[in-house]
Design a protein around this ligand. Structure first.
Ligand code: AMP
Length: 471
């Protein structure tokens, strides 16, 4: 599932802000910065001089990225200041890195633990400011504005590059890249007109899933088609701008028909419906030096199209788990990715694997690693972009991650303030993570709990007994 968090963000970037980080306050040049730990409205406007990049990093500026190591003490710039940036900053700070993030929301989750530039994502001046203040740049969402991405690559060090962002921003480009890496996806056809849709449905058969190629998340921007009767309505709903051309039996006018031949121009994709046994994801990592490692697959259960549970080990045969990791590793290597790549897959009854989609960043389904693996996905991401040796990904204990949405927050927090008898009885150790978002809303990801356990059935029983996740 395309992560709502990433997709909901405005598709642009930055602006200068300055930051003074809590105890180890660092003076930063340029605009205003929010002080770490401060609760909103604490922008520091006075420009201050400082070495904008650590000397160690600056002297290595011309080295090829294969050899270039960003050592602890350097500053990591993060595009986006949400929970993924926050958890990255927390993990990376423990390793001795400094962080500065860029996010338009005052007092964003990452800004509470490290300096934040408060500016729009497409603010070129702010992007430049981030580039000046950081030794290395990463991002926590995939809809990075192309102009900003280009500027950052030119004016800073972005080991992840922007090619993979470009690929994963568009379902058709993404599918083509996955196939080119020799990894299977569900059969699909691009759809630029109602006529295309009818032909695709005839070829692939129904049911099938119609999706917008950009901008969909949490099940939005898609429709399951079960009969031919539903094709036209679905087309009109998902591609209203093309619906006019669809009138008259789906004929498309000359120019539009010509454009429709280009997959860049097709607004929709029709996928064969995969009757999956379960959905899993594997988080793989690759460093500039080419080292690749992956975490054990998580079995993911969605409710209302939002991730609800990640169960690890996934309840599938070990050889399927191994194959899933191999596929993810093949992809991260084949795509020449740097940093994390989250690979979502369908597992069929007969153990076949189809990749559904990719996210080139830490992923909600990898949060279980924070308490259950030798290395967390966030530490691994920092290691990867800084070109350190990757950490071991071994699972230390079975675990179930349960998301805490707005409607669960109060109950979950209250539970943590008292004795948790169920947890004791079931032999479950709940580890609560709250993201510090100032506004709690139904369906909004506010935190998660990693339930460490001897057996994932016990953790699932805990989720059931608490009654918190009934809505
Ligand atoms: P997505 O936005 O592509 O992640 O799709 C959201 C959810 O829809 C997935 O997590 C699946 O549960 C379901 N889904 C998407 N594509 C397919 C497919 N081709 N076959 C069956 N289910 C699908």
């Amino acid at each position: 599932m395309r992560d709502a968090y990433g997709m909901l963000k405005p598709q642009r970037m930055l602006k200068p802000d300055e930051g003074t980080a809590g105890a180890g306050a660092e003076k930063l040049r340029g605009g205003q910065t929010q002080e770490a730990g401060a609760q909103g409205g604490n922008a520091v406007t006075e420009p201050a001089e400082r070495e904008t990049r650590s000397e160690a990093a600056a002297t290595k500026a011309d080295e090829p990225s294969f050899d270039r190591v960003i050592a602890p003490g350097a500053t990591v710039g993060v595009l986006g200041g949400g929970q993924l940036g926050r958890m990255m900053a927390l993990a990376g700070s423990a390793m001795g890195y400094r962080f500065v993030s860029l996010d338009p929301t005052q007092d964003a989750p990452c800004g509470q633990v490290s300096p934040q530039i408060v500016a729009a994502y497409d603010d070129i001046k702010a992007a430049r400011e981030l580039a000046q203040r950081a030794d290395v740049i990463t991002y926590e969402f995939e809809n990075v504005d192309a102009g900003v991405a280009a500027l950052l690559e030119e004016e800073s060090y972005v080991p992840q590059g922007s090619a993979l962002l470009y690929t994963t921003q568009h379902r058709l480009r993404e599918k083509a890249a996955i196939e080119a890496a020799g990894v299977p996806v569900a059969p699909y056809r691009k759809v630029a007109s109602l006529a295309d849709l009818k032909a695709a449905a005839a070829e692939l058969g129904l049911p099938a899933v119609l999706k917008t190629v950009t901008g969909g998340y949490d099940g939005k921007g898609q429709a399951v088609l079960r009969s031919e009767d539903g094709l036209e309505d679905a087309f009109r709903r998902l591609a209203p701008e093309r619906a006019g051309a669809a009138d008259g039996g789906g004929a498309v006018s000359g120019a539009a028909a010509g454009e429709a031949r280009s997959s860049e121009d097709a607004p929709l994709v029709l996928e064969k419906f995969v009757p999956f046994r379960c959905e899993i994801s594997v988080i793989a990592a690759r460093s500039p030096r080419g080292e690749v490692k992956s975490f054990p697959p998580a079995e993911n259960i969605h409710v209302n199209n939002i991730l609800h549970l990640s169960i690890v080990p996934a309840r599938i045969a070990e050889d399927i788990q191994r194959r899933a990791q191999e596929l993810a590793e093949k992809l991260v290597a084949g795509l020449n990715a740097v940093g994390l790549l989250a690979v979502e897959m369908f597992v069929t009854e007969d153990g076949e694997l189809f990749v559904n989609e990719l996210a080139p960043r830490p992923h909600n389904s990898g949060h279980y690693t924070m308490d259950a693996c030798a290395t967390s996905q966030f530490e691994q991401h920092v290691r990867a972009v800084c070109n350190l040796p990757l950490g071991e990904t071994e699972l230390l204990t079975p675990v179930v991650m349960v998301n805490v949405l707005g409607q669960h927050l109060e109950g979950a927090a209250a539970r943590f303030c008292g004795d948790d008898k169920e947890a004791n009885q079931l032999g479950v150790i709940p580890k609560l993570h709250i993201y510090g978002k100032t506004e709690s809303k139904t369906g909004r990801k506010m935190g998660h709990i990693n339930l460490l356990c001897k057996d994932t059935a016990a953790a699932l029983a805990w989720v059931e007994h608490t009654n918190l996740w009934r809505n």
